[in-house]
Every structure is written in structure tokens, then in C-alpha cells.
Design a protein around this ligand. Structure first.
Ligand SMILES: [Zn+2]
Length: 335
């Protein structure tokens, strides 16, 4: 049997990509079912990662087994499982830089069976605020870094409003994901650190995004009695994702839409995410057409995350049909 995923085939090649990591569950007490027991209720499987993105893996494995039942396709098929999609994208980036590529790429993220062809830029930043540490009995004379950080959050909200000034609805969202300050109750906290995620426009690079946040935050804090003189320190930490957009009319989008139409009788919607996906590395770094297509989910990253099990089969029927056609079509001759 031919080794999968190696160059030299005459037919078109395809790469399926999926991430293996999941985000933390949060407090299990908030869940209706324990987050790591995969409970099924009314056709939906509940669990952390059930949607994002074990569902895509299940869809791809079903489609692959259907494909192999009818014979081995001519073109090379590669399946890349990556780490760290949820925090940096370094897994996919490493595989792209190692040359693991194909003529087109399908990332099997859950998309409610739509074609997801674009994502915004995303930055993770640590925002460190410094106050004046001291005894609580002199609290009125000190500056609590914790309370100053609350003012920084308000200022970050105004920066986000500026980012979204010409967007309706807004696309570039701010999330304060973590907040750390203080050691105990009788000391005025000397430092506080906000873990910030912020979106930025597709045509900026991450340095543009960080510069915008830094400059506009300085303006927003210009009248602050403490922070105007002691501005927060901003450090990149994790995501530095450039936005991406798959060009209109790509073969993979057209043929996947045709396969969806053949199976379900309608053309799938084309959508852009207000987040990012690993498809960006293929489009931006590898110059390879890439998009996402996968099952229907709810509550991703939240409590009671779940996948609609029927949508895994619905997506697998499309994917199997698409792969059979794609992998048996000769490569276009080089221009
Ligand atoms: Zn995901």
C-alpha cells in the first residue's frame, strides 16, 4: 500500500487538519453533566471538547472509512492532528513549516455545516498594572493595583469600541479571560495582571493590533490620576494570529459546496468567524486554499458544550462524497 501523504501522485492531494487540544472545563458544578463523561441527551452529546472539536474528528473518521470501503483513492490524503490550536496555533504552524501540505486543506472544525472561509486577527496580551503596596490601615493613601486594573478594563472597552466603529454588528471582541491581583486581605495589592484576548481587523498584522491597543489605551487613560503617569505594561502572551480570507472561487469551496448540495439539497452558507482557526496558516503561510467545515455544536468553550450527533453523520456524508471526487481528479497542469 502506498504511503499516505507523500508527493508524487498525479491526482489532487488533500489534507485534513484537526486539533487535539480542548479548553479547560471551568467549574464542573456549573455543568448539567460532568464535563468529561460524554453524556448524550436528546441526540446531543455533552462534554468538554465534544463539539470543539472531537466532533470534526468523528466526522472525518466516518468519512474516511466510507471512502476506503469503496476503494483507495488515487490522490494522496494526509490527516494532521495538532496541539495548541486553542492558545497559539503552534502545532499547525510547525507542520506547515515542516512542509506537510497538499493541494487544498480542510480543517474539520465544527461550523454548523457551513463553509467557514475567513477569520479575524486575534491577540493575547498580558496587561500588568502597578500600584503602591502597603498596609490596609493606610489604604486611602495607597493605590490598589486591583482597583486600578478595573479602570484599565473600562479603558480597554473604549479601545474596543473604537476598533468596531465601522462594524455593525461588532466583530473585534474583547475578553478579560483572567485577572490576578493581591496576596491577602490586609495588604493593598501592588500589582495586578489582566489576561486579555482582543480581536483586530483582518488586514492588520499582530504588531499593528498591539500598537493600536497600546496607543489608544494611553489616550483613554490620559486623565487618570495614577495610570496616566504609571501606564500598564502590555506584553504579548500566546495568540498573535493574523486574519485570513480564502479567495472567492477556490476549487475546494466550490466542490465542497457541490457535495453538500448533492447530499442535502441546498448550498451551504459561507461564513466568517469572529475568532480564528488554524486554516490561517495554510492561507497565509503556505499559500494553500483552506477552509473549515464540520458538525453542529452549541456552547463551545462554555458549560454544557455539546454536539448534535446526527450532524456528524450529515457532515461525513458530504465529506466522503467530496473526498472521493477530489482525490480522483487529476491535478491541473502547471501554468
Ligand atoms: Zn476548535
Amino acid at each position: 500500500m502506498r504511503r499516505p501523504g507523500r508527493a508524487g501522485a498525479e491526482a489532487r492531494s488533500l489534507l485534513l487538519n484537526g486539533h487535539l487540544d480542548v479548553v479547560p472545563s471551568g467549574d464542573p458544578a456549573l455543568w448539567s453533566h460532568p464535563p468529561f463523561t460524554a453524556t448524550t441527551v436528546d441526540g446531543w452529546m455533552v462534554g468538554r471538547g465534544a463539539g470543539d472539536m472531537k466532533s470534526g474528528w468523528a466526522m472525518a473518521v466516518l468519512a474516511l472509512s466510507a471512502l476506503l470501503e469503496v476503494g483507495e483513492p488515487a490522490g494522496d490524503l494526509t490527516f494532521v492532528g495538532v496541539i495548541e490550536e486553542e492558545c497559539t496555533g503552534n502545532g499547525t504552524l510547525a507542520s506547515v513549516r515542516a512542509g506537510v501540505l497538499a493541494d487544498s486543506v480542510l480543517v474539520v472544525e465544527p461550523t454548523d455545516l457551513t463553509l467557514m472561509t475567513a477569520g479575524i486577527g486575534v491577540l493575547w496580551l498580558d496587561v500588568e498594572v502597578v500600584g503602591t503596596q502597603g498596609h490596609a490601615l493606610a489604604a486611602p493613601d495607597g493605590v490598589s493595583a486591583l482597583e486600578a486594573a478595573i479602570d484599565v478594563i473600562a479603558a480597554l472597552r473604549t479601545v474596543t469600541e473604537e476598533l468596531n466603529a465601522d462594524q455593525d454588528p461588532s466583530r473585534y471582541h474583547l475578553n478579560i479571560g483572567t485577572f490576578g491581583a493581591g496576596e491577602w486581605r490586609s495588604t493593598v495589592p501592588g500589582t495586578a495582571v489582566l489576561g486579555v484576548r482582543i480581536g483586530f481587523p483582518e488586514d492588520w498584522d499582530p504588531d499593528d493590533g498591539q500598537r493600536f491597543v497600546t496607543e489608544r489605551l494611553t489616550v483613554a487613560l490620559a486623565d487618570h490620576p495614577w495610570l496616566s503617569e504609571h501606564p500598564p505594561a502590555i506584553t504579548p502572551s500566546g495568540f498573535r494570529a493574523r486574519g485570513y480570507t480564502l479567495a472567492d472561487g477556490s476549487d475546494i469551496a466550490e466542490e465542497l459546496a457541490a457535495a453538500h448540495h448533492a447530499v442535502h439539497g441546498t448550498r451551504p452558507e459561507t461564513v466568517a468567524t469572529n475568532g480564528t482557526t488554524d486554516a490561517r496558516f495554510y492561507v497565509n503561510e503556505g499559500a494553500v486554499p483552506a477552509l473549515c467545515y464540520g458538525p453542529r455544536t452549541r456552547g463551545m468553550h462554555g458549560v454544557d458544550e455539546a454536539v448534535e450527533l446526527d450532524s456528524i453523520v450529515a457532515g461525513a456524508r458530504v465529506l466522503a462524497r467530496f473526498m472521493a471526487s477530489w482525490l480522483d481528479t487529476p491535478k491541473a497542469p502547471a501554468a
